[in-house]
Design a protein around this ligand. Structure first.
Ligand SMILES: Nc1ncnc2c1ncn2[C@@H]1O[C@H](COP(=O)(O)OP(=O)(O)OP(=O)(O)O)[C@@H](O)[C@H]1O
Ligand SMILES: [Mg+2]
Length: 225
């Protein structure tokens, strides 16, 4: 992809970015489950794993042959400027219709790379747990995204509805920025499907499939895809 790739212009294909200033909040889980649902709706999805831990890549490598086809590219966030021309060329060559990006924890500390990524983002999904330290971190991140004029939405993840922190988390996030009205519960099946390279929507009867369907409905409407 040498010469043409370096000349490739940014395509109009939308990028959905999972990013949160809090580690372990559910970015990779959201990326893989939303990718599966987008593919189910007919999208040709390219996943970008920008995390050195490569959790998404390891999941991708475990996908069974009969599972919905997804594409994947893996490189560290700091290399995004160098990688973009090849990625853009690949998007048009492969007929990609949606890019879903998984980012590492501590993304807010890589300002110049993250700004480059955010320029391409149609929507940033900010997964958050319901605990107080989670909320403080993601609210700061939402403030930064607003300053950068990037569309974003909180998605509550690993929700325990019976805990007292639940109602407070919903109110606090809703005040700080757009909050996806459908949340993802704390469910064992979500962890289990990781080991099998699947999304919860690909396993009959798995808990959490409707949770992620609701999140996909919201993000796809926000993005107009
Ligand atoms: N809704 C959920 N229910 C149960 N377990 C979950 C849920 N969401 C995430 N997990 C589990 O929590 C852990 C962290 O999730 P995940 O890897 O998606 O977070 P992350 O934000 O990508 O983390 P990191 O910042 O390290 O990249 C994983 O073990 C995952 O299986
Ligand atoms: Mg991750």
């Amino acid at each position: 992809m040498a010469k043409e790739a370096t000349k490739a212009k940014p395509s109009s294909v939308p990028w959905l970015v999972m990013a949160s200033a809090k580690g372990g909040s559910g970015k990779t889980t959201a990326a893989r489950n939303l990718a599966v649902l987008a593919a189910e709706k007919g999208h040709n999805v390219l996943l970008l794993d920008l995390d050195r831990q490569q959790t998404l890549t390891q999941w991708f490598q475990r996908r069974p042959a009969e599972a919905k086809t997804l594409s994947l590219a893996t490189f560290p966030l700091k290399d995004i400027e160098a990688a973009l021309p090849d990625i853009e060329a690949g998007i048009s060559e492969e007929g990609i219709s949606l890019v879903i990006v998984d980012t590492p924890p501590g993304v807010e500390e890589q300002a110049s790379s993250v700004r480059m990524l955010l320029k391409r983002a149609k929507l940033v999904v900010i997964p958050s747990g319901q605990g107080t330290p989670d909320l403080a971190a993601v609210i700061d991140w939402m403030r930064f995204l607003k300053q950068e004029k990037v569309d974003a939405a909180f998605v509550l993840n690993r929700v325990k509805r019976s805990a007292r922190s639940y109602d407070r988390a919903k109110l606090t996030l809703n005040e700080a920025g757009p909050l996806c009205p459908i949340e993802v519960r704390d469910l064992e099946d979500i962890q289990m499907t990781y080991d099998h390279g699947l999304g919860v929507a690909e396993v009959k009867g798995a808990g959490g499939a409707d949770d992620f369907r609701g999140v996909w409905q919201y993000v796809s409407q926000r993005m107009g895809v």
